[in-house]
Design a protein around this ligand. Sequence first.
Ligand SMILES: C[S@@+](CC[C@H](N)C(=O)[O-])C[C@H]1O[C@@H](n2cnc3c(N)ncnc32)[C@H](O)[C@@H]1O
Length: 297
Amino acid sequence: MAERTDSNSGRISPTAHYTGYVWYRNGLSRDALATRRGFVMFHSLEPFMRLGSVLTGGLTLEGALLQRHQLIDATLQRLVEHGKVRQIVEIAGGLSARGVRFAERYRQQGLVYVEGDLPEMAERKRATLAAAGLVAPNHQIVPLNALVDDGALSLMQATRDIVDPEQGTAVVTEGLLPYFELPAVEAIWGRVDRFLRGFPHGVYVSDLNLRSAADGLSAVESFRRFLSWYSGGTVQWHFEEESEAVASLRRLGFASVRVHTPPAPRPRGAAALVSRLKWGRPGPPDVVRVLEAETAA
Ligand SMILES: C[S@@+](CC[C@H](N)C(=O)[O-])C[C@H]1O[C@@H](n2cnc3c(N)ncnc32)[C@H](O)[C@@H]1O
């Protein structure tokens, strides 16, 4: 496929300010990566989020984002510490500090962390990290477009001069897939699988949003609508159940797929009471899932 520019892609980037601010607020980032825009977005939405949280028995967007981010961290941490992975390529890293944190923490172990994002965001991040003195030799930022097969911005070419084909490698996407239609998501997964087959061990890690997990959660549905409006597209949860996503990844060539769920949140006070009444359990249902898909050996 020739280089394709998706008009939706450019409009997704502002959402990186919101998540970037959430990571910062919760001690998972660095001052330089927190933006004024993220601060304003977060605090203008906060009253609605609080109300939504009470109505859903304790579920908050911030809480769900944190669970997602930390579960992806924990999955990657295990892969690095068990020696399966010496390189991580994060697609659509946005203003997340995971690359900074992992490159710093596992530098002695020889970990190489490559982040790719659309050219404007990649340039912004590179300049921000340079100005803040957060550049590390084992952390590279490259312009990359997840939607293209060939050309300088493709996953293969953008990372070609950095990654070592002899090392176990993980590819990560976080908060990217819901912005695209299912055929585009499956095309991304196919590209990731083909890329990872070039390494002795390949694993893909990503968040997964399921329609069934959002059933009856008006806060989740409202957020989905808000994001659709904000990004000028349709934000969607592509699969009803985990098994459908697993089947899709297997069909595209992945050899094995695991789906991780974080420990359920345990709200207190009014939210816990609402939860009991609404769900018959001490906390709201789990909405966060993280995929870990391995390529064939
Ligand atoms: C919601 S943000 C998530 C950022 C980061 N992963 C996080 O969780 O904080 C979505 C990111 O996707 C990037 N993006 C959008 N379209 C893309 C594409 N076609 N290829 C690569 N990145 C893309 C945006 O620039 C933005 O940084």
